[in-house]
Design a protein around this ligand. Structure first.
Ligand code: ADP
Ligand SMILES: O=C(O)[C@@H](O)C(=O)COP(=O)(O)O
Length: 425
């Protein structure tokens, strides 16, 4: 059996689903594995195997160790090329994990000396573009976008060469848009690598730019690739689709079953989606959890009351505006607040599936989604129909017959919490 063409190490779960969706849209078959796979885990046939980790905000040494373990598994499974998936908004802290993980993976794929890393977070379908090394979110610089208020990874510097430069001791270089558009971008990229660039971040404004970058990659030396969903899709567009051994879809009929939304994302987009949601809502309050005034048992009881009158969806949410989040973090500490909320979200999801028969679960937020699937004990997810670009329904290959929509905070249109159910497989 040949291995996947692309082995992806994703630093969060919603990002893994986003990339898998983009690869599938480009004609490739992708599966998502949750956490560092057990040694004997057999991969379903696929072109792209994504290991979803929870390393985006982890201490760098842990992120490196888990990423290396995931990468070794992917290489042992025959992965042709490794791809480091990070956020299209480059979410990280200055001692953050993108640089240290890239440096560790470069060593793993290098041929004697570490391989260079080449990539870009640009993902035009999500409105992320890179120009002169600066990242734009729609028509705003990253630092002027809502990402400057992220509860865990506020992004204040739009110059990615500088941002990555703070996370690695090795030279970071820019492949500018104008160079990508010269007659021989492959030569230009090779020259950049020959001058000693260890990390190359490429400008890209459109999918065509990403296709140019994919076509310009060196074939005479190993490389580590990296970026978000956009560049991975460009790689997949170069593959010849092979539809033999299509993975089976796990049979279930959750179409009319109980539905639950758990939201821990505080992004502007998620808060808009909550504002447009007109179903019942329960609050998940970190301070009340910390003081014991709210427990998961209370929430399960209140959910059960709602399901006596219908199948939902019911929304359980801690999402709040930046001032409220800051107030909670000042009282509890940033990490404690996040831990309390994530643990409660995971326990609630597990109880909802086991005790209340919930079969359709929409989770908003990358960290929050990681906590939920961790608590559900799932292993491999297959990609189902997308409710929005980058937001596919995911189907567990084994385990409870549930459907999961794991939404990045920034994705989906404002009506998503009402409309996502229409395409649930
Ligand atoms: N009201 C709140 N106060 C403080 N932290 C919060 C609150 N609500 C959610 N959080 C935390 O903020 C983080 C949001 O991250 P995440 O779930 O990845 O969402 P996103 O996809 O928008 O980045 C989580 O760790 C979550 O537990
Ligand atoms: O690249 C992206 O924007 C997404 O795939 C992603 O990583 C989402 O992360 P969260 O916003 O933390 O869900």
């Amino acid at each position: 059996m040949t291995g996947p063409r692309l082995g992806v190490i994703a630093d969060d779960l919603t990002g893994a689903c986003d990339l898998a969706d983009a690869v599938r849209d480009a004609g490739g078959r992708a599966v998502v594995m949750l956490g560092v796979p057990e040694p004997g885990l057999r991969l379903p046939p696929c072109d792209c195997a994504v290991v979803a980790l929870r390393t985006r905000t982890a201490p760098a040494d842990i992120a490196v160790a888990e990423s290396v373990a995931a990468a070794r598994h992917l290489l042992a499974a025959g992965a042709g090329t490794l791809y480091q998936k990070y956020c299209s908004t480059f979410d990280s802290t200055d001692d953050g994990t993108i640089g240290p993980v890239a440096d560790a993976l470069r060593t793993l794929v290098g041929d004697g000396s570490p391989a260079p890393s080449i990539g870009t977070p640009a993902t035009p379908r999500a409105g992320r573009t890179q120009y002169q090394g600066h990242l734009f979110v729609g028509d705003r610089l990253l630092s002027e976008s809502p990402l400057r208020h992220h509860p865990l990874t506020p992004m204040h510097d739009p110059d990615l060469i500088r941002v990555l430069g703070r996370q690695t001791a090795h030279p970071v270089a820019l492949l500018p848009w104008a160079v990508l558009h010269t007659a021989d971008p492959a030569r230009a990229l090779a020259d950049l690598l020959d001058t000693g660039a260890a990390h190359v971040l490429a400008d890209a404004l459109t999918d065509d730019d990403l296709d140019r970058l994919a076509a310009a990659l060196p074939t005479d030396r190993p490389v580590l690739l990296g970026g978000a969903a956009g560049f991975a899709a460009a790689l997949a567009r170069r593959w010849t689709p092979d539809r033999t051994n299509e993975p089976p879809t796990h049979a279930a009929d959750p179409g009319t079953s109980r539905a639950l939304i758990i939201s821990g994302s505080c992004s502007a987009r998620t808060r808009e989606q909550i504002a447009h949601f007109d179903g019942p809502r329960l609050d998940l309050d970190a301070v009340a959890l910390a003081e014991g005034r709210l427990t998961v048992d209370d929430l399960v009881d209140r959910l059960a009351d709602h399901y006596r009158h219908g199948t939902g969806p019911v929304l359980v949410s801690s999402s709040a505006d930046p001032d409220t989040v800051r107030g909670t973090q000042d009282r509890l500490g940033r990490d404690r607040a996040a831990q309390l909320l994530e643990r409660a979200a995971g326990q609630l999801a597990a109880r909802a599936v086991q005790d209340l028969g919930v079969r359709r679960l929409l989770v908003a937020g990358g960290e929050t989604s990681g906590a939920v699937v961790g608590a559900l004990g799932l292993g491999v997810l297959q990609v189902g129909p997308a409710a929005a670009p980058g937001v596919p329904w995911m189907i567990p290959a084994e385990g409870p017959p549930i459907r999961l929509l794991l939404k990045s905070g920034n994705f989906g249109d404002p009506e998503l919490f009402r409309t996502a159910w229409e395409v649930c497989p």
